[in-house]
Design a protein around this ligand. Structure first.
Ligand SMILES: [Zn+2]
Length: 90
């Protein structure tokens, strides 16, 4: 079982989808869509925006209505490291 998730968008992380640190090494917390070369690719994205993105993703992947997918996404996103922090990473 691999339940390693991107700590920003909630997708499952595989070795090929890890983001990168400033020095080019793989970042273990975030995927390549969210985090590249040491910073977030969409720094202004807020938690509501991310829940919406994940809901669309889940809806397409699992072929369930978006309303249901949003309930799942709302349960996942707030637990992730990026959104748990009281301050946005600088
Ligand atoms: Zn991600």
């Amino acid at each position: 079982m691999n339940d390693e998730r991107c700590q920003s968008c909630g997708i499952n992380l595989a070795p090929s989808t890890h983001g990168s640190n400033k020095d080019g090494t793989p970042n273990m917390d975030y995927c390549s869509k969210c985090f590249q070369r040491g910073s977030f690719t969409q720094p202004s994205l807020n938690i509501q925006g991310m829940i919406q993105k994940l809901a669309e993703n889940i809806s397409a992947q699992l072929r369930i209505p978006e309303g249901r997918a949003r309930i799942l996404a709302s349960a996942i996103i707030p637990l992730l490291k990026r959104w748990k922090q009281p301050e946005i990473a600088k």
